[in-house]
Design a protein around this ligand. Structure first.
Ligand SMILES: Nc1ncnc2c1ncn2[C@@H]1O[C@H](COP(=O)(O)OP(=O)(O)OP(=O)(O)O)[C@@H](O)[C@H]1O
Length: 663
């Protein structure tokens, strides 16, 4: 289904690969109907959903094996043939014989397995028939009676249903609060609800106007918080209740929770740990810290962040020396600190989960139940609702089980009135660049071709599938740029988790402040797709397709933030990736009707009036877009490769290969 991805060794050694390709035939996975699945969610209730997830993962595995273009083409063809199988009984082509025979083997194996299943069900349900073919086997039993077997323990449906129901009610009972992009206010309108210091810090460091998610949260939370603080702090958390917030990337969620927190802490007299903010990555800790630190200027509040480069004992000593009001951490570090009794949650009032869907998908160290039980143990008030939980994401999980684990109390769900799962910022312009399968091995070069079409001072984040791919692609692009004398104006770096923390921090700092130095390109993986707020990222390139709509939303969300404009360029190779994007990515996404809609860049074969990309298919989505001359020209300049460039590219690949071999 998926076309070949960049593998430098594959292009150099195509001849030697051919022998292996012949041997390596794969039974294709049959594509199933459209299912709104999201592998990041790990929702595997239905088999079909699992299969949807497996397809791209399988591709990733194959990619790492360095499969050549040809083998992938075979796989594409096989998949299509499998789809048409019922109408195509007369397959004589030798190269498909092996595939067909394995297919039949699988079918007969499946028949045998289901036959066996049937038998075992019959056997277990009727105890008296426990000896198979009882009559004929009688002489073999030597008059021994079969050992009495206990009844099969079957899942008690009523219990299971009750559990499911209670999980569902956690969601159904959630009060929905709708908001829309027009709900913008002046922060001054909250003059009566915010301390003058806080109001001033907001206006001088962020903006005079709210973003819509901030408006709705401030409107909902501030009056109750302030009233509760004035009356009696007792039951304060219960009066507010928990909040689930679904808001697009770059919509200002950090400020949306930071303002009520700082306001609520404005009256406190001693430093006690009252707010715990949990984020999924180390990178995000610093970012959240910076926002909060700006807001507390002029107050005596203490914010501490988890320091992963410090030993746990050292961190414990510091936390105990000076107890913070707000602690920002990742879940793993928090569990370590809780287990060492380095922090107490006795005074906790707020628990914030930022990028909550990602957090809730991380089950390591059982962090969620560890925190819940620590809250229960440490707090004297053990009744539900003893802590206000605020759960934020641009792609909030609707997995009731996961939300149920948070023991939500009287939750409100804030969301926009959209039928689709996720929203993209209306200022984002998406471009789908159709890469013919035959040109997939030139993908790095086709990425270089995009650079001259962008502004000279553009800031690009390129998303690839792995650390290794990020490193190699960055090296290769630098070699190509050098050979084309384009390297002085374009800097290309790889941000990956193999780099040291200091290296990565420096990369981000340089990238963030690189405006006047020409074009900056950061090639990275999904470690940068969540929450990272770098101002003025002009373009996001999905060089490797994201594995889910959720991931796509977060990647694209690195640009077009806070109302700025931005572009997402999606490199879609062959029919497989185009179909995947339109059916499994784009389908889940809601776009503002007054905002941008995706534009397709693909070749139009004038004579046949269909996409002439060598795949022999007509791109349905592309047909709905009429390409103007300018777009056609731009597309041509990306896709066309001159003989000179072909030679340069091959030289560059050889250089890369030598570099890799030398390591
Ligand atoms: N009211 C505002 N006016 C102007 N800029 C704002 C406002 N609120 C927040 N911002 C800025 O908007 C940017 C995005 O905010 P933030 O990082 O909180 O987004 P987010 O919703 O958390 O995005 P993501 O889902 O990608 O994590 C930040 O640079 C922040 O400083």
């Amino acid at each position: 289904m998926f076309a070949a991805r960049f593998d430098p060794t594959a292009i150099v050694d195509t001849s030697s690969n051919n022998a292996n390709i012949e041997k390596k035939k794969v039974i294709p996975l049959k594509r199933t109907r459209d299912v709104k699945s999201d592998s990041e969610d790990g929702e595997s209730d239905e088999e079909e959903e699992e299969e949807e997830i497996v397809i791209p993962q399988k591709k990733v595995e194959e990619d790492t094996e360095g499969e050549s273009e040809e083998s992938v083409k075979n796989e594409d063809e096989e998949l299509e043939e499998n789809d048409n199988e019922e109408n195509n009984e007369d397959i004589k082509d030798d190269k498909h014989t092996l595939v067909m025979s394995r297919f039949h083997q699988t079918l007969s194996l499946q028949e045998r397995i289901s036959e066996k299943d049937k038998t075992s069900i019959d056997t277990t349900t009727t105890q008296s028939e426990s000896v198979i073919d009882g009559d004929t086997n009688e002489e073999n039993t030597h008059n021994l009676e079969s050992i009495p077997q206990p009844d099969i323990v079957r899942a008690d449906k009523s219990v299971k249903n009750a559990i499911e129901e209670s999980h569902l009610t956690a969601w159904i009972n959630t009060k929905k609060v709708y908001y829309d992009n027009t709900m913008i206010k002046l922060f001054d309108e909250y003059e009566d609800e915010l301390t003058p210091k806080l109001l001033n810090n907001i206006k001088s460091n962020f903006s005079k106007e709210t973003f819509s998610i901030q408006t709705i949260l401030l409107d909902t939370a501030l009056p109750i918080l302030n009233r509760s603080m004035k009356l009696t702090k007792k039951n304060m958390t219960r009066r507010v209740g928990d909040m689930l917030i679904n808001a697009s990337t770059g919509s200002g969620k950090t400020l949306a929770y930071s303002v009520p927190i700082v306001q609520a802490l404005s009256n406190r007299t001693v430093n006690r740990l009252r707010v715990l903010i949990i984020v999924p990555t180390k990178l995000l800790i610093q970012q959240v810290f910076e926002t909060l630190n700006t807001l507390i200027k002029g107050t005596s509040l203490i914010i501490t962040t988890a320091k992963m480069d410090q030993s746990l004992n050292e961190e414990r000593r510091k936390l105990q020396q000076s107890e913070p009001d707000i602690f920002i951490t990742t879940p793993g570090r928090l569990v370590d600190l809780l287990q060492m009794k380095s922090i107490s949650l006795k005074n906790l009032k707020f628990l914030i989960l930022d990028e909550a869907d990602r957090l809730l998908n991380q089950s390591f160290q059982n962090w969620c139940s560890e925190i819940m039980s620590a809250i229960n143990t440490d707090k004297t008030d053990r009744l539900p609702g003893n802590v206000i939980k605020m759960v934020f994401s641009a792609t909030l999980s609707s997995d009731t089980q996961k939300l149920h684990d948070l023991h939500l109390y009287n939750p409100k769900l804030f969301l926009t009135d959209s039928v689709k799962l996720y929203n993209l910022p209306s200022t984002l312009q998406e471009y789908n660049i159709s890469i013919p399968t035959a040109k997939s091995l030139y993908k790095p070069l086709l990425l270089v071709h995009l650079f001259p079409l962008l502004n000279d001072d553009s800031k690009l984040i390129v998303f690839v599938k792995s650390n290794e791919a990020s490193l190699r692609l960055a090296t290769l692009i630098n070699i190509i740029l050098q050979k084309k004398n384009m390297d002085s104006k374009i800097s290309v770096e790889s941000f990956n988790s193999n780099n040291s923390r200091a290296q990565n921090r420096k990369l981000v700092t340089d990238f963030s402040s690189s405006n006047e130095n020409g074009m900056s390109v950061l090639i990275t993986t999904d470690i940068m797709s969540r929450g990272i707020d770098i101002t003025n990222v002009t373009d996001v390139i999905n060089y490797d397709v994201p594995i889910s709509s959720q991931q796509y939303v977060h990647r694209c969300g690195r640009t077009a933030r806070a109302g700025a404009s931005g572009n997402a360029y999606n490199y879609l190779v062959g029919k497989g990736e185009r179909t995947f994007w339109s059916q499994h990515v784009s389908n889940d996404i809601s776009r503002d009707i007054n905002g941008h809609q995706p534009v397709v860049w693909s070749k139009v074969d004038d004579q046949n009036n269909k996409r002439g990309d060598g795949d022999g298919d007509v791109d349905m989505e592309a047909d709905t877009n009429t390409q103007d001359t300018d777009t056609s020209e731009k597309y041509k300049s990306i896709i066309d490769i001159s003989d000179d460039e072909d030679a340069i590219y091959k030289e560059a690949l050889n250089e890369l290969k030598e570099l890799v071999a030398a390591k």
